[in-house]
Design a protein around this ligand. Structure first.
Ligand code: DGL
Length: 272
């Protein structure tokens, strides 16, 4: 494996761009291939078996066609569904977002009262209860809450507005009354809704995302296996979408910035 191969990052759509941003900021010399499975989003309401199949397909595509040297599952739902199996079955190191996010929340919380919000698939999988139990040695039991509908706002390119505010107030009510000091955004789409979420839970609650801690983990692992790219060059960025590519570039650029001026298409074979 060569140091100059790209890092692969994937999500159901735009959410993983929050992680890609942190990876690119921390490791600007790395080439990155980002895949948003917008043709098949949202993953959250789908059965975990189906999401697992998607995750394997994308991993195979990024490894076979783009020769990625490391893979980041920048989607909590896909990580909850498939990270363990992927780790044993794919031939490159693989990093999810659940453990890094959990660690970041534990580090930030002063009183150990933490809530986690995510998709129905992520929350029902129990992945966060397991991660907190492991990483806090059983000391912290998070309040977990599914927020169906949030992802769709981001995918529509809406991160503010009255409809979103009404939904946020309804969904997040149990958190407002739970006296937590930390809210972990357990879906990579949610940092794009941080303003709306923060307005509901109040400024005393610290919002934590998994992006930075995941980027540090990418850096640690690449360093450990001696696969960091040369420092002097500027990394190349490729964005791929399985759905409407011009929409992906338009909304993606708004959310992510000018590097996402264009995207490439990847169509899944209709039989898959
Ligand atoms: N960004 C994905 C996650 O972190 C969103 C899943 C979806 O498509 O519903 O779970």
């Amino acid at each position: 494996m060569s140091n100059e191969k790209p890092i692969g990052i994937f999500d159901s759509g735009f959410g993983g761009l929050t992680v890609a941003r942190a990876v690119m900021d921390l490791l600007p010399s790395e080439d990155v291939v980002y895949f948003g499975d917008t043709a098949r989003y949202p993953y959250g309401p789908k059965p975990l078996d189906e999401v697992r199949e998607f995750a394997f397909q994308i991993a195979e595509y990024l490894i076979d066609e783009h020769e990625v040297k490391l893979l980041v599952v920048a989607c909590n739902t896909a990580a909850a569904a498939a990270l363990d199996e992927l780790s044993t079955e794919v031939p490159v190191p693989i990093i999810g977002v659940i453990a890094p996010g959990t660690q970041a929340a534990i580090d930030v919380s002063e009183i150990g009262r933490i809530a986690v919000i995510g998709t129905v698939g992520t929350i029902n999988s129990g992945a966060y209860e397991r991660a907190f139990s492991d990483l806090s040695k059983g000391e912290i039991q998070p309040l977990t809450l599914a927020c169906p509908g949030f992802v769709e706002f981001v995918e529509k390119g809406e991160s503010s507005g009255e409809q979103l505010q009404v939904l946020a107030e309804r969904l997040l009510a149990p958190i407002v009354s739970a006296n937590v000091d930390t809210l972990l955004l357990g879906c990579t789409h949610y940092p794009y809704l941080a303003r709306a979420i923060g307005q509901v839970v109040g400024s005393d609650v610290v919002l934590v995302s998994s992006a930075d801690e995941t980027a540090f983990e990418v850096s640690r692992q690449l360093n450990e296996i001696d696969l960091l790219a040369e420092k002097e060059k500027e990394g190349k960025r490729v964005f791929i979408s399985s759905g409407d590519v011009s929409w992906f570039a338009e909304v993606g650029q708004r959310l992510f910035g000018p590097e996402l001026a264009s995207a490439q298409a990847h169509e899944w074979n209709p039989s898959t």
